[in-house]
Design a protein around this ligand. Structure first.
Ligand code: RB5
Length: 147
């Protein structure tokens, strides 16, 4: 069931954090679609962010977690896809608000910027927090138009 399937992807900088968060997701009962990378060899972060965005766009996964060193490159790349609302989060508050206000469907993390516990907190908030709808729904709808 796509809503219970979470796609995960990272470049080489995020591969360890990706593995850890993948285990956390499985322990919480989610199906995990791991799109790589799988090892420490340097790769190009847009390739992995694009693969994750395509999984969201096609419906293979309901949400995603994408990781690079800073989280910046993958969030830029993922947000070029119209169906993706990727939020780069550094703490639990930003992750909660990304869901409540922005209906973020992708959590972007910087593996070289935050610790493991903060990343776990972000993931848990991202998973459990509902979108608040209301005035936020109007604003999120405007994200689809260019100007
Ligand atoms: C890789 O060295 C690094 O540039 C990448 O992980 C990411 O931080 C890019 O935004």
């Amino acid at each position: 069931m796509p809503a219970r399937t979470i796609a995960i992807a990272s470049d080489h900088a995020g591969v360890e954090l990706k593995a850890l968060l993948g285990d956390e997701l499985r322990a919480e009962g989610y199906a995990v679609l791991d799109l790589g990378t799988m090892g420490p060899e340097p790769v190009d972060y847009p390739d992995y962010a694009n693969a994750l965005a395509e999984a969201i766009t096609s419906g293979r996964a309901g949400r995603g977690v994408v990781i690079c060193g800073t989280g910046i490159g993958v969030s830029i790349a993922a947000n070029r896809h119209p169906e993706v609302r990727a939020a780069l989060c550094h703490d639990v508050t930003s992750a909660r608000l990304a869901r409540e206000h922005n209906d973020a469907n992708v959590l972007a993390l910087g593996a070289r910027m935050i610790g493991v516990e903060a990343a776990r907190d972000c993931l848990r908030a991202f998973l459990k927090t509902p979108f608040q709808e209301g005035r936020h729904a109007r604003r999120v709808a405007k994200l689809r138009s260019k100007a």
